[in-house]
Structure formats: structure tokens, C-alpha cells
Write a protein that binds this ligand. Sequence first.
Ligand code: ZN
Length: 164
Amino acid sequence: MADNLPAIKIGLGDDTHRLGKGGPLKIGGICIDSDHHAIGHSDADVLMHAITDAILGALSEPDIGRLFPDDASENHRRDSADFLSEAVRRLWQHQMQIVNLDCVILAEQPKMSPHIDLMKETLAPILGIETSQLGIKAKTGESVDAVGRSEAISAKAVVLIAKA
Ligand SMILES: [Zn+2]
């Protein structure tokens, strides 16, 4: 980082997966009861993917799709915690740490709010942070667009990192 800049960086992650019939839904490192599951090459955890890309973006590292190609057999049905752990490893390699992380899940159903606390408790140790440094909110698609019609699920994440 240039000497004349403050030792903080911001990163943005955004991910979408199609939904298929039948649950459970893997999101934020947990499996929740749902009429739908997310479709993807890995375990399709849209929140973990958005967070992974936010961290990688803040570091100017290659994004999740370049690090873990969706045509590579080793990534088939892979636990997305592996992707997140690699982003955190690179964070520490850069001698940076997370100041805070804020996320939004966009899903028409099921209701995410009863599961947010468990997602935080699951994600925080992987990220090496306290749950107080992690925000997760959920919104619906208001019955319009692909999210609103339960055809897709999305997540966005923004992270602030600083020199450790
Ligand atoms: Zn994804």
C-alpha cells in the first residue's frame, strides 16, 4: 500500500444463485429448512461467496471464480468454508485484519431472521472476528424480479480491513 494512504481498504462482494425445488438451503455456513436449494458447482452458499469476494476484492486478489473455477472437479460440491478460509489466509498474509463486515441476504423465502444469529456464530470463527464485527440483514424481493419470484437468491457484502 502507498505510504501516503491510510492503512485501511474496503471490499465489495455480490453473488447470486438460481434456486431449485427442494431443500435444505445452505447459506451462511448453515443448512436451513426450505422449499428451495441454491444451485451451483460448489455447495452454492451465496453469503459465503459474497463475503469471500469482498475480502479478496479489498486485497486486490483474484476473485472467487478465478481462484476456484466452477469447471474444476475439486470444487464440485465443495464446502464454501474452504473458499472463505482461503480469503482469510490471504488477508493475514497481507498482514491485514477485518475491522467490520456487513452483509445483506436477498431471499423471498424462507424467513432468514430466525437463523441470523447462528450464521454469525458460524461465520465469525472462520473470519477470525467477534460476532459484534459482523452484520447480517435479510430482505425479500417484494414479490418482483428473480428474487421475488423465488427463482434466485442473492447476497451482498462489504468489508473494511486494516493493517494488523
Ligand atoms: Zn456463488
